[in-house]
Design a protein around this ligand. Structure first.
Ligand code: B12
Ligand code: SF4
Ligand code: SF4
Length: 305
């Protein structure tokens, strides 16, 4: 139950209240703790931004990703068993980025064949926390009387496969792109102000929130390979599965390599409960791990001029 004071604050400053609610959850939830070492958190303070639910980019995703990719309106309609036309006129999408903490990044940087124990725990327990965050954010909004849904937590969420590899009907990196959180990259990873080593989440609601500006020049402009004429290929060298080349990320080789990890990296590194260990070597010990390298390079160039 939300207190009257929380409700009043929410009505007065909806955007700030949503940001505060997500940050407070990340800060205080016991689920954002490494089960192996409770003193370590899994994620740092999140980045929170908003997209207009009817931004035309969501229709473009039906061509860029697949015809099955849901628009925010379709996702909300599915959840409430309504037709998209019955859904209120204005919708917003909340996108958050959960930066992975330093001890986990540091441990993964040392790895060459498969993820560190902390990274695999971030993939497994961190995603369980992310699911709770999705439920929490949707729950707070519903508690305020708004419609709200986290599509990945719904039965309509699907992961399919085509000749390029797996893809979903709600891609949270594409949602983050729509909300101006950053851009894609040579490795496919999503580069934000806090770098590429993160997980992301999202909720659709009919609470009207101000869309965050999308300032990136294009869908790959934060990556040095595209922004600086191929000057960086660090993720190609870093990938033990030979899944990244100058042509991009191979979504068949990558999961095939990850499937062999128990054997290559030593199953003892991961808990028995973990069935997906992840990998993410391409997200650590690379110039985009912490920040937007293309932006830093531009600043350095300006200083020299
Ligand atoms: C299926 C899946 C996979 C598959 C396929 C990945 C992929 N590239 O799609 C496999 C098994 C390979 C995989 C691996 C990993 N995954 Co994964 N995976 C997903 C999942 C469930 C769906 C992704 C999806 O729908 N992709 C759709 C396809 C089309 O996306 P895409 O190929 O990247 O898109 C390209 C084109 O669209 C292109 N593009 C072309 N034209 C245009 C034009 C415009 C305007 C735009 C915007 C884009 C665009 O841009 C993209 C990049 O090239 C998401 C969770 C979710 N619901 O989103 C997590 C997710 C993508 N995975 C994640 C992670 C962390 C990983 C791993 C690091 C494993 C780990 N945890 O250790 C690796 C990293 C692999 C890599 N180099 O990216 C994170 C990504 C966070 C980040 N930092 O980028 C996600 C978002 C999970 C989460 N909720 O945080 N994953
Ligand atoms: S390591 Fe370099 S090329 Fe690879 S994604 Fe990061 S910036 Fe782009
Ligand atoms: S592309 Fe896949 S196999 Fe290669 S480093 Fe990244 S997560 Fe690992």
């Amino acid at each position: 139950m939300l207190s009257q004071q929380t409700k009043r604050q929410f009505e007065k400053e909806p955007a700030q209240s949503v940001i505060d609610a997500i940050k407070a959850f990340v800060d205080t939830s016991p689920a954002n703790r490494m089960p192996s070492t409770r003193e370590l958190t899994i994620f740092d303070e999140p980045l929170v931004r908003f997209a207009d639910g009817d931004d035309p980019i969501f229709l473009e995703y039906k061509t860029i990703i697949a015809a099955t990719h849901l628009t925010p309106r379709e996702a909300l309609a599915e959840a409430y068993d309504k037709s998209p036309e019955e859904i209120p006129e204005r919708l917003s999408v909340i996108s958050w980025i959960l930066p992975i903490t330093e001890p986990t990044r540091k441990s993964n940087r040392l790895k060459k064949l498969g993820p560190s124990r902390l990274w695999s725990h971030t993939r497994w327990y961190g995603e369980q926390f992310n699911n709770l965050a999705r439920q929490h954010v949707a729950g707070v909004l519903c508690g305020m009387g708004y419609l709200a849904v986290a599509p990945p937590n719904q039965s309509c969420f699907m992961i399919s496969r085509n000749e390029k590899g797996p893809y979903s009907n709600w891609s949270e990196r594409h949602i983050a792109y729509a909300a101006g959180q950053g851009t894609f990259s040579l490795s496919d990873g999503f580069i934000t102000e806090r770098g590429i080593a993160h997980r992301c989440g999202s909720v659709v609601t009919d609470l009207v929130l101000p869309p965050s500006p999308r300032t990136a020049e294009g869908p790959y402009s934060n990556c040095l390979f595209y922004a600086d004429d191929g000057s960086c290929t660090a993720c190609i060298v870093r990938c033990p599965g030979e899944a990244i080349t100058e042509q991009g990320h191979d979504k068949i080789k990558c999961p095939d390599y990850m499937a062999t990890l128990g054997y290559r990296a030593g199953a003892k590194d991961y808990d028995d409960a973990i069935t997906v260990a992840g990998c993410g070597l391409c997200q650590t010990k690379v110039p985009c791990e912490y920040s937007i390298p293309a932006k830093i390079k531009k600043i350095e160039q300006k200083k020299r001029e």
